[in-house]
Design a protein around this ligand. Structure first.
Ligand SMILES: Cc1ncc(COP(=O)(O)O)c(C=O)c1O
Length: 375
């Protein structure tokens, strides 16, 4: 575990992001996506804050283990937890975990659906279905709606507790992109088919961050925000003008310089002996790919105070190198280096210049970086 490097998480920013979200969609309930350790921010403390302080009552995980951890570590939380992808309903142990902990499996294939409807134990359990409207990953098939309706009715039910689908391209334009238009149309058709067949839909959700940022999918009862709650927009840079999102990063990644020295153009640096592209000062900082600071960040520009440097040479397991092309710059050993903060300039540069999506930049961070939660 590092001592002077940390990911500081400011939960007040999570609160203000949620407030902003409520201004965009005052009538929707949020099913907050906290899978993958709350996108790298620490699932349990994030859910505790979101539930107890913000009043969010529904959370989305990818795996049953994540969901169970929430139940075990927040035993007094009366929130709902959904498992989206790694459902494993065919395993008896998994079925027991859902039943005993009221964890809702999102059913996205017919074999899971049949199993669920046939089991007496699940008779009064919430039925949550996810349809494939065009993502082509998971999801019940649109050409099997009649069969799904038959199965539901044969089990004695006439309602779906939560109906879902997921956009494949919400980081692009929701208004012009043909796939998004087709998915919206498929969704509309799906709902009218189910309703015409006499199936009631208690709750429904379609929009993830990209759609919410473009105010699409807000006519459903629920939204399913993930990335935007942690700060960044999920729209690609060329579409960012379509987003109304003004969220702040809830995290700040900081480390320290552990060495620095003057260099001339051509001085070889680190593994691979990459020559420095200019004269300047190289600062060695205490973050490497062992912390989740990827080798892909080589050449990325990062601001340090009034100077902008460039990651030079290959990032290694424990440290990285940044070159400032100002030979009179003084960097002291132990000097703090804020890799990103809530202003987001460095974070955006990392994503843009390394061609890494923000989701991945967060999730890369490893346990060697302690997380500190502040209000
Ligand atoms: C089914 C589903 N809904 C919502 C989300 C949230 O997406 P985002 O983080 O883009 O808001 C995800 C995340 O991948 C998802 O898989």
């Amino acid at each position: 575990m590092r001592i002077k490097s940390c990911m500081e998480i400011n939960v007040s920013n999570l609160a203000s992001n949620y407030q902003l979200l409520k201004e965009i969609c005052p009538n929707n309930e949020a099913l907050f996506m906290v899978k993958a350790n709350a996108y790298g921010h620490g699932m349990v403390p994030i859910v505790k804050f979101a539930y107890f302080e913000l009043g969010i009552k529904e959370f989305g995980c990818a795996s049953i283990g994540e969901a169970l951890r929430l139940r075990e570590e927040i035993p007094n939380g009366e929130f709902e937890v959904y498992v989206f992808s790694d459902v494993n309903l065919d395993l008896q142990e998994a079925a027991d975990i859902y039943l005993n902990n009221r964890i809702i499996p999102v059913l996205s294939n017919e074999s899971n659906l049949k199993y669920f409807l046939e089991q007496e134990d699940f008779r009064f359990f919430p039925l949550c279905l996810k349809f494939n409207t065009g993502m082509n990953r998971l999801g019940l098939r649109l050409d099997r709606v009649d069969e799904v309706v038959k199965l539901i009715k044969a089990s004695g039910r006439n309602s779906i507790y939560h109906l879902m689908s997921h956009f494949s391209s919400s980081s692009l334009s929701m208004i012009k992109n043909k796939r998004n238009l087709a998915q919206k149309e498929n969704w509309r058709e799906l709902k009218s088919q189910l309703t015409a067949a006499g199936i009631e839909i208690d709750k429904s959700s379609l929009a993830n961050s990209g759609a919410i940022e473009q105010k699409v999918g807000l006519e459903e009862t629920h939204i399913r925000p993930g990335l935007m709650m942690y700060g960044p927009t999920s729209l690609l840079p060329q579409y960012s003008h379509l987003s109304c999102w003004q969220g702040k990063l809830i995290s700040r990644l900081e480390t320290t310089f552990i060495n620095s020295f003057k260099v001339d153009r051509g001085t070889p640096i680190g593994y691979g002996a990459t020559p420095c592209p200019t004269d300047g000062v190289v600062g060695i900082f205490a973050l490497g790919y062992g912390d989740g600071f990827s080798t892909r960040y080589q050449n990325v520009h990062l601001r340090h105070g009034s100077e902008v440097g460039q990651i030079v040479g290959r990032v290694n397991m424990d440290m990285g190198q940044i070159l400032f092309n100002n030979q009179s710059l003084e960097i002291k050993n132990g000097e703090r280096f804020v890799v990103w903060d809530q202003e987001g300039e460095n974070f955006s540069n990392i994503c843009l210049e390394s061609k890494t999506i923000p989701y991945e930049v967060f999730i890369h961070l490893t346990e060697r970086i302690p997380k500190i939660y502040r209000q």
